[in-house]
Design a protein around this ligand. Structure first.
Ligand SMILES: Nc1ncnc2c1ncn2[C@@H]1O[C@H](COP(=O)(O)OP(=O)(O)O)[C@@H](O)[C@H]1O
Ligand SMILES: [Mg+2]
Length: 1018
C-alpha cells in the first residue's frame, strides 16, 4: 500500500522534472552549450549572427548571458515580458536579461545571500542599458508596499540624474558612462526593494574642459541650456546657445540628433524633486554648473610683463555671484600663485599658459567634487534606516574597454579597470571552476585560457607597476615630464611582453607608435597610449590659492566639497592613479563576497547601426571576452555544485529516507536522495564535499519538484498548526466552560444552601412553634398557630357538613381542639367567674401531668381507657377538710383521683351529677356524684391551678357541659351519701382556705386569682 503511494509520488516528481524542458525558439540555439561544434569559433559566430538577424540579441552560455547591442528598440522590455519572466525557471523561456535578473533575485530570496550582476563589454556594447533594464525589472516585478514605493522611485530616478552628470556623447556611444557605477539594491526579507547604495568610480573630469572632435561635454550642460527656463538662465547669466561656451563647443557637435536634451532636462528636473533635492540645493547646483561654463569663457591676455591678466571681468563677476566668492580674490587666484617661503607667502603672477591651466583645474575640481556630492546626496535619499538584515543585488556598470585614435590617462584607467574585471571573471569562472574540480576529485581535463593577471600586474604591481612608476615620477624632485615618465617605463617594464614603445619595438612596429607613446597588449587588444598629460592628470593639482577661494565659497554645495580642514592638511593626497587602484581593489572585495551573474555585452558595429553585424569586430570581442573558453568549461563542466549539507538541507523533503532528518553522513543522504528522484548517471558527479550537477535543467527540475513538495509540506504544517490552534482554542473554551460551570454550580449551591437554611429556620420555627403550641401566644408559637389555624380552615372547605343535621365537623388539630374547649369554657364561665378573662389567652394544655409522673400501677389499671388529661390537685377531706396532694386523671370513661399507686376515687361519667365552682378566682372545684351511688364515698372537693381548663376537660369528656354550676356565696355538697356539707366563698385582702367554726370550709379569694397565695400547688 505504502509502496504504491511512493511510486505515484516518485512518478509525479519525475513528471515535473521533464516538464521543465520546454520548447526553445527555433533560430539557432539559445544556449551555446547546446552547440554541436562547441569548440569552433565560426559556429559560435554563426549562431550569434543567425539570432541577431532575427533580432534575438540574447544567448546563453550556461547561466552567462551574451547580449548583442541591437541599436534599435525591439519591444522586448514591456511589462508583460517582465511578468512572463517572473518566477519562471531560467531555461524555460528564451534568454533574456530579465531571466538573469529574476534568477539572481530568486536565489537571493531563497538562499538569503548577496548577489551581483557583472555587466561587461566595450564602450557602447549596451552595459548601461542592460543595467537599467534590470533595475526596471526589479522595480516592476518585486513585491511592493506603499511606504516603500518612494524608495523604488528614487532607485529608478537616481539613474537619469547620474547619467546627466556622468554620461556624455563619445565617438563610441552617444550616452557613454564617463564614470564607473556600482549600485547595491537592498531587499528586505520579503524581497521588497527597500533601499540602495551607489559607489561611483573615477569620473572623467578632463571632459569638463576638453572634448575630442565629435564628442560632447557631460549631458547636464546642454540640458540646462536647452531646457532651463528663461528666468533660470537669466539668473545664471547664461545664453541658450551652447556654441557660446568654450567648454561645450570644442568637439563641434553640441547638437546631436539622437539626444533630446530638452526632454532629458524635464526627466532630470522631475527626478531631482523625487530624490529630496530642495530648491536651495538646486539653486546651488545650477550655480556651480553655470559657473563652470563661465569659467571656460574667461580669456587671459598677456600684460607688459608677459603675465596673465583678465581684461574682461564679466565672467568673473558671474562666477563670484554664483559661487559666493569675492570676485577680486578669485581674479587674483586665477592669475597668481601663492608660493610659501619659509616664513611668508609670496604671491607671484602666472604665465598665460599656467593661468589657463589653473582655470581648467578649478573647473575640473569643482565639477568632480560636485559629482561626488551628488552621489552622496542620492545615497542619503536611498538609505534605508531600518537596520534589520537585508540582502543585496549589486549592479556593476562600469566604463567599457575603450580604444580611440588618441588614448590618454583616462583610457589607461578605464582599460585597467576592465582588465581587473576580466581578472575577476577568470578567477571566478575559469580558474576557480577548474581548481574546484581538481579539489573535489572530479575527473577533469584542464582547459587552456589566457589569464590576464600578467597585465594587471604590469599596471598595478607595487613599486614595479606602471601606476607606481607614474607616482614616483610625480613626486620626484627635479624636472619630471611626461617624456621622462616614458623613459622610466622603458627602463623598468621595457622587458614586459605586454609593453612596448617606439624605441623597444622592432623596425616593423615602430611606425605605428609615436615618440610620446607606449603600447599595452590588453586582453582585449592592443592600445597605444599617449603619455601627454599623464603626470598632470595623475597629480590632479589645484593651486592652493584657488583652493582657498573655493573653501571660502558661500555656495552650500561647494562648502561641503571644499573643507577648510583640507587646507591645513599639508600631506600630499594620493595620486589619481593610486586612488583608482585602491578603489578598484575594494570594489573587487565587495564583488568577491557575493554570488555572481554575468552579462557579456557585444557591440555589433562601430557605426551604431541596427542590423549590421561586423564579423571582424565581433570575432574580436568573442575572443577577448573569453567566451569560447567559457563555453568549453561549461560544456565539460557542471552547471551547478553544492555542498552536500546544503543540497540535502534544501531537497531532503523529496525523499522519505531523508525527510525530515537524515542522521548519516550528508554525502550518503544526497546519494540516497538523488537515487530516489532518479538522476541519471550522466547528470551528476559526486565530489569530496559537493555534488556536481551537469545540466541546469536537472537542477531546475529538482527545484520544480521541491516547489511542488513544498506545497504539500506547507499544507501539512498548516494542518498541524491549525490543529494546534484549534486544540488550544478548544482547551481554552473547555476551561472557560468549566470555570463557568463551577461558578454557576457555586451560585446554585449557594442558592440551595440559602434555601435550606431558610427551610431549616422555618422548620425550626415550626418545631419550636409546635413545642410551644400550647403556651400562651408568644413569638415562639405565634406563626405556628396562625399556620395551623389557616391550614385547618383551608382544609375545612373540603369537609363542610352536608346538611344541617350533620354535626360531624372536621376534627380540628389539638391546638384548635383547645379552641373548641375554650368555646365551651366561655359558655360556662364567661361573665360568671372571676379570672376568666385573664385565662383566655392561655391555651389549654393536653395534660398537666406527664405520663411518666403517673404511677405505673395506676397506669396499668386505667391504660385501657386512654388517659385524656391529668392535673395535680389538692383534695380536701370531706370530713375534716384536711388537704391531700392528689392527681386528677381523666380518661375516656371516668375521672380518677389518684394518690401515688392508689386510685382513691373513680367517678364514672354516667355517675357524675355535676360540677361546681365559685364565682371568685379561687381554684375550688367540686365534682358531684349521685348520692344514691353507694360505690361513691361522696362528692370530691378539689382545688387546682388551671380551674377553667380542668373543669372544661372534665365536663366535655363526660359530655355534661351544661351541668356546671358557678355558685355565688356557698355551695352544698355531699360529704358522703346522704350527708351534706357546705363550702362558703368569699373575697378578702388575703387568700385563705380554712374550716370555720361551723365546720364549713371557707374559701377566701384575693381580688384577682393569682398563683401567689396558693403556694401549696406545685
Ligand atoms: N538592449 C538595447 N536595446 C536597444 N538599444 C540598445 C540596447 N542596448 C544598447 N542600446 C543602444 O546602444 C547605446 C549604447 O548603450 P550603452 O548601454 O550606453 O553602452 P555602454 O554602457 O556599454 O557603453 C544606447 O544608447 C542605446 O541606443
Ligand atoms: Mg555605459
Amino acid at each position: 500500500m505504502a509502496s504504491k503511494k511512493e511510486e505515484v509520488r516518485r512518478k509525479h516528481i519525475r513528471l515535473h522534472m521533464e516538464s521543465a524542458l520546454t520548447a526553445r525558439d527555433k533560430v539557432g540555439v539559445q544556449d551555446f552549450v547546446l552547440l554541436d561544434a562547441y569548440t569552433s569559433e565560426s559556429a559560435f559566430l554563426d549562431n550569434l549572427r543567425k539570432r541577431f538577424s532575427e533580432n534575438l540579441i540574447y544567448t546563453y552560455i550556461g547561466t552567462l548571458l551574451v547580449s548583442v547591442n541591437p541599436y534599435q528598440e525591439l519591444g522586448i522590455y514591456t511589462v508583460s515580458q517582465m511578468e512572463l519572466y517572473q518566477g519562471v525557471n531560467f531555461f524555460e523561456l528564451p534568454p533574456h536579461v530579465y531571466a538573469i535578473a529574476d534568477n539572481a533575485y530568486r536565489m537571493m530570496c531563497s538562499e538569503l545571500n548577496n548577489h551581483f550582476i557583472l555587466i561587461s563589454g566595450e564602450s557602447g556594447a549596451g552595459k548601461t542599458e542592460a543595467s537599467k533594464k534590470i533595475l526596471q525589472y526589479f522595480a516592476v516585478t518585486c513585491p511592493m508596499t506603499e511606504s516603500l514605493q518612494i524608495a523604488r522611485d528614487r532607485l529608478l530616478l537616481s539613474n537619469p540624474v547620474l547619467e546627466a552628470f556622468g554620461n556624455a556623447k563619445t565617438l563610441r556611444n552617444d550616452n557613454s558612462s564617463r564614470f564607473g557605477k556600482y549600485m547595491d539594491i537592498q531587499f528586505d526579507f520579503k524581497g521588497i526593494p527597500v533601499g540602495g547604495h551607489i559607489i561611483s568610480y573615477l569620473i572623467e573630469k578632463s571632459r569638463v574642459v576638453y572634448q575630442n572632435q565629435g564628442e560632447r561635454n557631460f549631458h547636464i550642460f546642454y540640458q540646462l541650456l536647452e531646457g532651463g527656463e528663461e528666468e533660470l538662465l537669466a539668473y545664471l547669466g547664461l545664453e541658450r546657445d551652447p556654441q557660446l561656451y568654450k567648454y561645450l563647443s570644442q568637439g563641434h557637435c553640441a547638437k546631436e540628433s539622437s539626444i533630446n536634451d530638452k526632454n532629458d532636462w524635464k526627466t532630470v528636473s522631475n527626478a531631482f524633486s523625487v530624490i529630496d533635492f530642495t530648491e536651495d540645493d538646486l539653486e546651488n547646483l545650477y550655480g556651480i554648473i553655470a559657473s563652470v561654463l563661465h569659467l571656460g569663457n574667461i580669456c587671459f591676455e598677456a600684460n607688459q610683463q608677459g603675465c596673465a591678466s583678465i581684461p574682461d571681468t564679466h565672467e568673473i563677476k558671474w562666477i563670484a555671484k554664483l559661487l559666493g566668492v569675492n570676485p577680486w580674490v578669485l581674479l587674483e587666484a586665477l592669475t597668481h600663485r601663492k608660493i610659501e617661503a619659509k616664513t611668508e607667502e609670496v604671491i607671484c603672477p602666472l604665465t598665460l599658459e599656467l593661468s589657463a591651466y589653473a582655470r581648467d583645474a578649478m573647473a575640473k575640481a569643482v565639477y568632480g567634487r560636485t559629482f561626488t556630492w551628488l552621489v552622496n546626496k542620492i545615497n542619503s535619499s536611498l538609505v534605508n534606516k531600518d537596520f534589520t538584515g537585508k540582502t543585496v543585488i549589486g549592479l556593476l556598470d562600469i566604463y567599457g574597454f575603450e580604444v580611440f585614435d588618441k588614448n590618454g590617462f583616462e583610457q589607461f584607467c578605464i582599460n585597467y579597470c576592465n582588465e581587473k574585471l576580466q581578472q575577476l571573471l577568470i578567477e571566478r569562472t575559469l580558474k576557480a571552476e577548474q581548481a574546484e574540480y581538481e579539489m573535489e576529485g572530479i575527473e577533469w581535463e584542464p582547459i587552456q585560457y589566457f589569464n590576464n593577471k600578467i597585465i594587471c600586474d604590469l599596471v598595478e604591481e607595487r613599486h614595479k607597476g606602471i601606476i607606481s612608476i607614474l607616482d614616483e615620477e610625480c613626486i620626484r624632485p627635479g624636472p619630471a615630464t611626461d617624456l621622462s615618465f616614458l623613459e622610466r617605463l622603458e627602463e623598468k617594464v621595457g622587458k614586459h611582453a605586454h609593453f612596448q614603445t617606439r624605441k623597444l619595438a622592432g623596425p616593423k612596429g615602430r611606425k605605428r607608435i609615436g615618440w610620446m607613446e607606449f603600447r599595452l597588449f590588453h586582453y582585449a587588444g592592443e592600445v597605444t597610449y599617449c603619455t601627454k598629460g599623464f603626470l598632470e592628470k595623475n597629480n590632479d593639482l589645484l593651486y592652493r590659492h584657488l583652493k582657498e577661494v573655493l573653501c571660502r565659497s558661500k555656495n552650500r554645495i561647494l562648502k561641503e566639497c571644499f573643507r577648510v580642514a583640507e587646507l591645513e592638511n599639508r600631506r600630499r593626497p594620493p595620486t589619481v592613479g593610486t586612488q583608482f587602484k585602491n578603489s578598484l581593489s575594494s570594489l573587487l572585495e565587495i564583488l568577491i563576497s557575493k554570488e555572481p551573474s554575468y552579462i557579456r555585452c557585444i557591440k555589433p558595429n562601430e557605426s551604431k547601426e541596427p542590423s549590421k553585424f561586423d564579423v571582424f569586430l565581433i570575432r574580436h570581442q568573442i575572443k577577448y571576452l573569453g567566451l569560447m573558453e567559457h563555453l568549453r568549461v561549461r560544456r565539460a563542466g557542471f552547471a551547478y555544485r553544492r555542498k552536500y549539507e546544503h543540497f540535502l538541507q534544501r531537497y531532503k523533503s523529496l525523499c522519505p529516507d531523508t525527510w525530515p532528518h537524515w542522521h548519516g553522513p550528508p554525502a550518503e543522504g544526497v546519494e540516497r536522495l538523488i537515487k530516489y528522484i532518479g538522476y541519471e548517471p550522466e547528470e551528476y558527479k559526486l565530489g569530496r564535499s559537493k555534488i556536481f550537477i551537469r545540466f541546469p535543467r536537472t537542477l531546475f527540475a529538482t527545484e520544480d519538484a521541491f516547489e511542488f513538495s513544498k506545497h504539500q509540506l506547507v499544507a501539512r504544517i498548516q494542518a498541524m498548526y491549525k490543529g494546534c490552534l484549534e486544540r488550544r482554542a478548544y482547551v481554552r473554551k473547555r476551561q472557560a466552560a468549566i470555570k463557568l460551570e463551577a461558578h454557576w454550580r457555586g451560585a446554585l449551591a449557594r442558592k440551595e444552601a440559602k434555601r435550606r437554611k431558610w427551610a431549616v429556620q422555618i422548620i425550626r420555627k415550626f418545631i419550636k412553634g409546635f413545642i410551644n403550641r400550647n403556651k400562651p401566644l408568644c413569638p415562639d408559637n405565634e406563626e405556628f398557630i396562625v399556620f395551623v389555624r389557616k391550614n385547618y380552615i383551608l382544609n375545612l372547605r373540603y369537609h363542610v357538613p352536608e346538611n344541617v343535621l350533620d354535626k360531624s365537623w372536621l376534627r380540628p388539630p389539638g391546638l384548635l381542639e383547645n379552641m373548641q374547649q375554650k368555646v365551651v369554657t366561655s359558655e360556662i364561665f364567661r361573665g360568671k367567674k372571676e379570672g376568666y378573662a385573664e385565662s383566655l389567652n392561655q391555651p389549654f394544655a393536653d395534660s398537666r401531668i406527664d405520663e411518666g409522673d403517673i404511677n405505673p400501677k395506676v397506669l396499668q389499671l386505667i391504660s385501657s381507657e386512654k388517659i385524656q388529661y391529668g392535673i395535680p390537685v389538692i383534695k380536701y377531706d370531706r370530713k375534716g377538710f384536711k388537704t391531700r396532694q392528689r392527681q386528677l386523671i381523666l380518661t375516656q370513661k371516668a375521672a380518677y383521683v389518684v394518690e401515688l399507686a392508689k386510685i382513691k376515687q373513680k367517678i364514672e361519667y354516667p355517675a357524675l351529677k355535676g360540677v361546681s365552682t365559685s364565682s371568685f378566682s379561687d381554684g375550688m372545684l367540686v365534682i358531684h356524684v349521685s348520692p344514691e351511688d353507694n360505690r361513691q364515698k361522696g362528692d370530691a372537693v378539689l382545688q387546682c391551678k388551671h380551674i377553667f381548663e380542668a373543669v372544661t376537660k372534665l365536663v366535655m369528656l363526660a359530655k355534661k357541659e351544661n351541668l356546671v354550676n358557678v355558685v355565688q356565696g356557698s355551695l352544698q355538697f355531699y360529704i358522703s351519701p346522704g350527708k351534706e356539707g357546705t363550702i362558703v366563698f368569699d373575697t378578702g385582702p388575703e387568700e385563705q382556705i380554712y374550716k370555720d367554726k361551723n365546720g364549713q370550709l371557707t374559701v377566701v379569694s384575693g381580688r384577682v386569682w393569682g398563683g401567689g397565695g396558693v403556694s401549696s400547688f406545685k
